[in-house]
Design a protein around this ligand. Structure first.
Ligand code: DQA
Length: 145
């Protein structure tokens, strides 16, 4: 039971990037916490970040048959990328979309998500805690009989 955690563009800057919007937790801290929490839930978790759309597409493609679930914060690609949507639609496992900020109370161009069309569920506006909640939802679904 393995989970792939993907973070998209600019999320490598978490902690110092607009902390009033995205919080002060760094991506390294989020990733370490997810790996730790996954262990406690009987899952393994691999975490990756890229600023490049094609690299994210490659990773999603390679995740087919290899991972039971993907947690993805696609950053700005959320609002622009049909390519990420297509890749996620070809992935047969669970897909949980996470946004640190509440994209629905921000600029209107952030209100629409292509990725949501392929998502099992989405968690927005709860900061770094959103990743923990995504993992808990995945654990509950993967252990359902
Ligand atoms: C984000 C929201 C996006 O609109 C933005 O481009 C990001 C981060 C979030 O986590 O709140 O890079 O995905």
């Amino acid at each position: 039971r393995s989970v792939l955690l993907l973070n998209g563009p600019n999320l490598n800057l978490l902690g110092t990037r607009q902390p009033e919007v995205y919080g002060s937790t760094t991506l390294a801290e989020i990733e370490a916490r997810c790996i730790e929490q996954a262990k406690g839930l009987g899952l393994t978790l691999e975490a990756r970040q890229s600023n490049h759309e094609g690299e994210l597409v490659d990773w999603i493609q390679a995740a087919r048959q290899q991972f039971a679930a993907i947690i993805i914060n696609p950053g700005a690609f959320t609002h622009t990328s049909v390519a990420l949507l297509d890749a996620l639609q070809a992935f047969e496992g669970l897909v949980i979309e996470v946004h640190l900020s509440n994209i629905h109370r921000r600029e209107s161009f952030r209100h629409h998500s292509y990725v949501s069309l392929a998502a099992t569920g989405a968690i927005v506006g709860l900061g770094a805690q959103g990743y923990d909640l995504a993992l808990q939802a995945i654990a509950a679904r993967l252990t359902e009989v």
